[in-house]
Design a protein around this ligand. Structure first.
Ligand SMILES: N[C@@H](CCC(=O)N[C@@H](CS)C(=O)NCC(=O)O)C(=O)O
Length: 249
């Protein structure tokens, strides 16, 4: 059996979600970092239905999307006790929490962060996009950075106003999660670590910068986000994210 290959961007919180899940489930895999821009052609060559990462290439198929990668990994496990999906009546609630985190917090944390970092301080994110690439890919991305940056700004609809809109959505999602955690629960649902916890922690990691995160050590947070991170730092949700990383990553 060949080892599955997980294609990622080092900065991507969705890629971190898939990578963490494979690690947590004990699924052996290789990591392949792709340059933004040319990742579209790579995904096409691999036969993926869309261009987004994470993308897992196994011996039998190409699995796209962090949630689908968790499903694939669980289906390939011999030891079902390691699952991140609760097998009980909690499964539906767990998947619905994950769906909300993926489609709201995941999208708006990214748009909020990049609307400052990629638009005004793109040197703060370029090193994390380039550092794990093979030398020819790194050179090519450095030469084409201006064009790739413009493409990313268009694709994610970035800008000052958009950043402010997404900031409001992020605060509302933090309020929602603070509310859930206000009864002192250790996990978002049930009494064990699940894919809902892993999703919340990985997708909010750009706001919590947990020490155990595999790539954020090199992230130079731009000034407005730095002020927000200080303002939000002690919110129950972000303290919880740091605890979940400490205990489960
Ligand atoms: N819901 C998807 C979201 C994945 C996603 O948005 N990935 C971004 C990186 S954070 C991406 O690859 N964007 C480039 C593209 O779509 O071509 C998942 O969970 O995997």
């Amino acid at each position: 059996m060949s080892t599955p290959v997980l294609h990622v961007f080092a900065i991507s919180h969705y890629c971190e979600k898939a990578r963490w899940a494979l690690d947590a489930l004990g699924v052996d895999h290789e990591l392949r970092h792709l340059p933004p821009g040319s990742h579209v052609q790579t995904a096409k060559d691999l036969g993926a239905p869309g261009s987004s990462l994470p993308l897992l290439v196994t011996e039998e198929r190409v699995v796209q999307g962090s949630g689908a990668i968790i499903d694939w990994a669980e289906s390939s496990l011999a030891d079902r006790s390691r699952r991140l999906t609760p097998e009980s009546a909690l499964e539906e609630e767990c998947r619905s929490l994950e769906q909300r985190l993926d489609s709201v917090a995941g999208v708006h944390v990214r748009r909020y962060y990049y609307s400052e970092a990629l638009v005004e301080h793109s040197d703060s994110v370029r090193p994390i996009f380039t550092r794990d690439l093979a030398p020819p890919e790194r050179r090519s991305l450095e030469e084409n950075w201006g064009r790739v940056r413009q493409l990313m700004m268009g694709a994610m609809d970035l800008g000052t106003e958009q950043g402010q809109q997404s900031r409001c959505v992020v605060e509302a999602e933090l309020d929602w999660l603070d509310g859930l955690l206000s009864d002192g629960r250790r996990f978002l649902l049930g009494d064990g670590f699940s894919r809902a916890d892993l999703s919340a922690a990985s997708l909010l990691a750009p706001l919590a910068l947990p020490r155990e995160h595999p790539t954020y050590g090199v992230l130079a947070v731009p000034p407005r986000a730095r002020a927000d991170l200080a303002l939000w730092g002690e919110r129950p949700t972000l303290a919880w994210v740091r605890r979940i990383y400490r205990d489960h990553r």
